[in-house]
Design a protein. Structure first.
Length: 551
């Protein structure tokens, strides 16, 4: 089937749908709706493609009637049947819904009002989960279920069911108003738990505004505790690494990220760099632990936490120290993994952009993440990287520095650099070493996402485990114990030694990569500065990249 993905951006969900449909043999192309200045221009692009199905996994723009009247056009809405409005997930989190869902609807003139092609529901997490994490996990899983049913129905010549005739699994679902930024404003006299939920609901966009001292900020990545430090609500009472603690009406709100709020919202930065000041050190809640090390017999498990996968210079240095400390343990295998909702995307573009000298900060950041990669690649023990969530650029390459790469089903990798930089993280050694020089060149030059299923097929990933988080953790622990068995470990360490013997010293690859990166950062030969700013400010794209369109 020829399927056109009409989307507002090629985000994580769109990439997952794109990978899934292509793996099933469908001809899939993408058009970015914001590119088109007029409905007529968008319609002409669809007409040129003439697809069997127009599918909209992530679309904020309106579909012209000339499109949905001529081609089957299905929009994925992040709410159950009966729910309508652009702030569905925001409401679901704020209102403490215990069940939510995703619905595939025909595009019609009125938003979210079309007949229903498919729907899937799920239990909402008991603990407060940030909107972005919810969207990329339970919502994305439900969306994939809906996509499969839509494609099957179109192939079988079936159609949708009028919304009023479709059963409702969430009886209270209804049309809800759009929530603008001021609806999420933090009033420090309120309990910390309520404020943390508000920050979670506003995650990504629009962000939760707050006045801290005499500054207007948007706050992100928050955790509530019962601690009471005896300070007036709204006072910064502590800091720990990137996070700060703020007193509330009841309890303390720990905040991981903040952005200046003026005419437009600034770049999200570690909260301690924005408003930490001279706040005293406090013990942060466990949910904010940057690394957690747990030993299971001969296996050490090091979990790394990074907000949205971005890792700035000091964080990379701390992670390197954590890896080096774990490697001196009397263990045979070291497993490095992310959290359920984040792995890594490499260097921190926001911190780089906000630095007094962005080129110098970018250089420090790439050198720091390279040291992390060298620590992993040079280990005497067997190292295992587990891709627990989507990863991109240097985050993928850092994982590939391990001896064994495992992944959770449904994860999407972007194993390339697309920011006007050559890239480092030992990728000239690790990628070609796993998939061969020719395929490595294709992956890096084509700049297309890769499902972990496809990555396993070409040898980039060793094995793929279950999607469900608890099942994956059990699978990963069992796999690591298997690698630690003497016979298996001996064979794998021999393979590791042979791989090292075949390659040049790791410093050779690092030297070549950093020489290229120096020119990209300091000479800006490929427009890194402009591309970085466009990415951070979500600048409207000029065109759909040719690589995403139909071949």
């Amino acid at each position: 089937m020829k399927i056109l993905l009409l989307v507002s951006s090629f985000n994580g969900l769109t990439q997952r749908v794109w990978c899934s449909l292509r793996e099933q043999g469908h001809d899939v192309g993408v058009e970015l709706a914001p590119v088109f200045e007029t409905p007529e221009a968008l319609t002409a692009a669809v007409e040129a493609a003439d697809p069997d199905l127009v599918l909209c996994p992530f679309l904020k723009d309106r579909v012209p009637p000339a499109v949905h009247d001529r081609w089957p056009t299905v929009v994925l809405h992040p709410g159950p049947v009966g729910d309508r409005g652009p702030s569905s997930l925001d409401h679901a989190i704020l209102e403490r819904r215990d069940r939510w869902g995703v619905t595939a609807l025909s595009a019609v003139e009125q938003m979210d009002a079309g007949p229903v092609w498919a729907t899937a529901t799920f239990d909402m997490p008991g603990a407060t989960l940030a909107k972005g994490a919810l969207y990329n996990s339970l919502v994305a899983d439900a969306a994939l279920t809906c996509v499969q049913e839509v494609v099957r129905k179109v192939a079988d010549g079936l159609g949708p069911v009028p919304a009023e005739d479709h059963p409702r699994s969430v009886a209270s679902a209804s049309e809800l108003p759009m929530l603008r930024r001021e609806r999420f404003r933090l009033e420090w006299s309120e309990p910390a738990e309520d404020l943390a939920r508000r920050v979670a609901a506003a995650d990504g966009a629009p962000g939760a505004p707050a006045t801290v001292g005499d500054r207007e900020l948007c706050l992100f990545d928050a955790v509530a505790t019962d601690d009471d430090f005896g300070a007036p609500p709204g006072t910064v009472v502590g800091r720990n690494l990137d996070a700060v603690a703020i007193a509330t009406g009841r309890g303390t709100l720990w905040v991981g990220y903040a952005a200046e709020l003026g005419i437009r919202r600034g770049v999200k930065l570690p909260a301690a760099t924005v408003l930490g000041g001279d706040a005293p050190f406090r013990r942060a809640p466990d949910a904010f632990a940057e690394t957690v090390y747990v030993r299971d017999g001969d296996v050490g498990h090091l979990t790394i936490r990074s907000y949205n996968g971005a890792m700035h210079t000091e964080q990379c240095r701390r992670l390197t120290t954590a890896v080096e400390k774990a490697l001196i343990e009397d263990t045979r295998v070291l497993v490095l993994n992310g959290t359920e909702h984040a792995f890594s995307n490499g260097i921190h573009l926001g911190v780089i952009d906000a630095a007094p000298d962005p080129a110098a900060e970018a250089w420090e950041n790439i050198c720091a993440i390279d040291e992390l990669c060298l620590a992993i690649a040079s280990a005497e023990q067997l190292t295992v990287a587990a891709f627990t969530a989507n990863a991109g650029a240097g985050g993928v390459m850092a994982g590939l520095c391990a001896d064994v790469t495992l992944a959770r089903d449904g994860v999407v990798l972007n194993p390339y650099y697309d920011m006007g930089i050559f890239g480092s993280e030992l990728h000239t050694w690790s990628v070609a070493g796993r998939v061969g020089a020719q395929r490595a060149e294709r992956l890096l030059s084509r700049k297309l996402p890769l499902s972990v299923a496809e990555a396993a097929r070409i040898g980039m990933i060793s094995a793929v485990g279950p999607r469900e988080w608890g099942a994956f953790q059990e699978w990963l622990a069992a796999a690591a114990r298997g690698y630690a068995e003497p016979a298996t470990l001996g064979w794998m360490l021999a393979q590791k030694a042979e791989r090292r013997a075949r390659s040049k010293p790791l410093s050779y690859y690092q030297t070549i990569e950093l020489a290229e990166m120096a020119r990209d950062f300091f000479d800006d030969r490929n427009g890194f500065a402009a591309r970085r700013k466009a990415f951070l400010r979500k600048t409207r794209p000029a065109e759909t990249p040719a690589r995403l369109r139909f071949a």
